[in-house]
Design a protein around this ligand. Structure first.
Ligand code: ABC
Length: 489
């Protein structure tokens, strides 16, 4: 699918092993054990109503190809990022037919499939496995005894960069050519300078996309591969892709917007989480970061995927238990310029901290659909869809502005939406006063979250008082009517 198509979507990111089982059973799943918990593509198919009922029209699933088998000092490859064979699927998640069926079922529902792909490295089985424990040290400089013969293709050391651990993230050559991972699971760094390797990957991605009917890609470890590898890869894929440039620096990430369709919005992720995790956060930093990225990226921040959580960072409720802060931070995802991405489990209030604790099994929640955060997400998706439906070109192409920006308050304007966010916390009654907006005098506005209404005053001025630290997401009732609002609850 194209950029124009993806831009109108909301994406639900799931870890296949942890989302749903084939038979609907709910086996125990100890996240700290880092083992497979039995989630499958069949499981995803059977729970698409749950995802679609929240208003999502795309999913991003974890990597699909065959991984290192068995247990290691870092656990098993349930997350899918430890490729050993590029040419086979990971049979823990299902068969070729299952993945194809997932894709066709999504398409029948008008939904899109995004698959996570890894080029940078393969996970090396060791000739003499060490009994190192999880998070094993990588301080030792001696090369791990890698069994290259286990890889398909690239079954030879010459297909990889000579061994060295990444030690200096400020040194780009180090980042590109040294290895991620640790002594328990070294991630052998593919020599993406080699023309044969490049040719393999370009053909491989075209084939993968075609075979399964994939609509988009999430590209792993983008900054760990030389930048000029990407244009041919992306072109060969022929579908829209969003790259993971795991970095908070706007200028650094902007560099990759020249060679990719889109980037995950890491630079805004940091001020977003810092700003909302307690009432002393500074929301002006989020506004400043957004303005700087709007100016720095090739197509502005419309070419980002915005997130509050993912498989690599602590879930937001592990930083605060204040529901109002959680709801404010989540609201940001649905009103910003890029594509909203919700990490599975956010809607159930999961609170796991760092990897591996942020990968809880969703079946343990019972997939309840009347939970406050599920309703919150449903309302936010409905608001965004209504804004897109009103005039998709205007909404999607108008960059957000911040008519009010203070350490504790943001008013975010993306016509016809006006969102009012605060970090004042659950015991506050935040009140906003926005002097001039695009609304005409007397226009009736509805807060999609509370279903309360107000009227715009002179030159579109909006006054609003929230309760219990809650955000407001306002739309003209001509765009979003009251009867629709109450149906969401
Ligand atoms: C396993 C265990 C962990 C254990 C670890 C050593 O081994 O589970 O408990 O601690 C996969 C699995 C992981 C697994 C790893 C390694 O493989 O999911 O569970 O960890 O075996 C992607 C994926 C990620 C995946 C991989 C590997 C890559 O999203 O899920 O992990 O295929 C770097 C890469 C990035 C990668 C990330 C894990 O590592 O660039 O692509 N993610 C700095 C660096 C970043 C670096 C990041 C995290 O640290 O600059 O390049 O990402 O290590 C900001 C700065 C940033 C800075 C952050 C921390 O602070 O601006 O630059 O990031 O302020």
């Amino acid at each position: 699918a194209s950029y124009e198509d993806w831009q109108q979507r909301s994406i639900y990111q799931l870890v296949t092993d942890r989302f749903a089982t084939s038979d609907g059973s709910a086996p125990p799943c100890d996240t700290s054990a880092r083992q497979y918990c039995n989630g499958t593509w069949q499981g995803v198919i059977s729970r698409l109503d749950y995802i679609q009922n929240m208003g999502f029209d795309a999913i991003w699933i974890s990597p699909v190809v065959a991984n290192l088998d068995g247990d290691t000092g870092d656990g098993a490859a349930y997350h899918g990022y430890w490729t050993v064979d590029q040419t086979r699927l990971n049979d823990h998640f299902g068969t070729d037919g299952d993945l194809q069926l997932l894709c066709t079922t999504l398409h029948e529902r008008g939904m899109l499939l995004m698959v996570d792909v890894v080029v940078n490295h393969m996970a090396a089985p060791l000739l003499y496995p060490s009994n190192a424990s999880a998070g094993a040290s990588n301080s030792s400089a001696s090369p791990p005894a890698v069994d290259y013969s286990a890889f398909t293709p690239f079954n030879n050391a010459s297909s990889f960069h000579p061994f060295c651990w990444i030690t200096d993230y400020a040194n780009q050559t180090d980042v590109e050519q040294c290895w991620l991972g640790d002594s328990a699971v070294p991630l052998a760094d593919v020599d993406t300078e080699n023309p044969d390797t490049v040719a393999f990957f370009n053909e491989w991605i075209a084939d993968l996309v075609k075979t399964y009917g994939i609509d988009g890609l999430r590209i792993d470890t983008v900054k760990n591969v030389r930048r000029d590898f990407w244009p041919a890869f992306v072109e060969s894929a022929g579908v829209w892709s969003v790259g993971e440039v795991f970095d908070g620096d706007i200028a650094y990430v902007a560099n990759y917007t020249q060679v990719l369709d889109a980037v995950l919005d890491y630079p805004d992720f940091y001020p977003l989480t810092r700003g909302f995790q307690n009432s002393s956060g500074d929301l002006t930093q989020l506004a400043a970061s957004v303005r700087d990225s709007q100016a720095a990226y090739r197509l502005g921040t419309a070419m980002t995927g915005a997130f509050l959580e993912n498989q690599d960072n602590p879930r937001f409720p592990s930083l605060t238990s204040d529901q109002s802060l959680i709801m404010n931070a989540m609201s940001w995802l649905f009103i910003q310029d890029g594509i909203p991405i919700l990490y599975y489990g956010q809607e159930q209030g999961y609170a796991g901290a760092n990897d591996p604790y942020n990968r809880e099994a969703l079946w343990l929640s019972g997939y309840e659909e009347d939970e406050p955060l599920v309703i919150h997400v449903r309302s936010l998706n409905a608001a965004r869809k209504a804004a897109i439906g009103w005039n998709n070109a205007t909404f999607l192409r108008t960059p957000v502005e911040f008519p009010v920006s203070s350490p504790s308050q943001l008013a975010i304007s993306k016509p016809p939406l006006l969102a009012l966010l605060t970090n004042a916390g659950g015991s506050s009654s935040p009140s906003w006063s926005i002097p001039g907006t695009n609304y005409s005098k007397g226009a009736e506005l509805i807060d999609v979250l509370s279903c309360e209404t107000t009227k715009a005053g002179d030159s579109g001025a909006v006054a609003w008082t929230g309760s219990a630290g809650m955000p407001a997401v306002l739309l003209p009732t001509s765009v979003f009517n009251e009867s629709y609002c109450s149906v969401l609850k």
